[in-house]
Design a protein. Sequence first.
Length: 151
Amino acid sequence: MSARLDSAQPYAIGLFRIVVGLLFACHGAASLFGVLGGAVGTDGGTVDAGTWPGWYAAVIQLVCGGLVLLGLGTRAAAFLASGSMAYAYFDVHQSEALWPIQNGGEASAMFCWAFLLLVFTGSGALGLDRLFARRTAPGRESATEQATVAA
């Protein structure tokens, strides 16, 4: 049973990455463009451009969420996203109460840890990182190149 689960691990990580990236990008899109209910606390509006930290957080959410969703530069994007969520938790939520359930910081804490996990696991299957790694891996030739050399 463990061997079967281990063989599915890259796909599970890939699906996890896609879902987390999509949800994070949706937060950024809501704050920047007012879609999907708009920014939290604005009754469906947007965050004012250039305001600290809300607008910058929304840009990080949209860009890093999109990169993680695609599996492109996953580790770097996840590192930046994790750091932004740690900042959000400790700067915005922690002052309200000790525990995330008390201070409204559950999403920030969960995103922080989810992205930190992706920093260490990478994109898993189904990501553009793996596609580009296969194309540029030294010593690897495509089937067409191998057939040309053999002929």
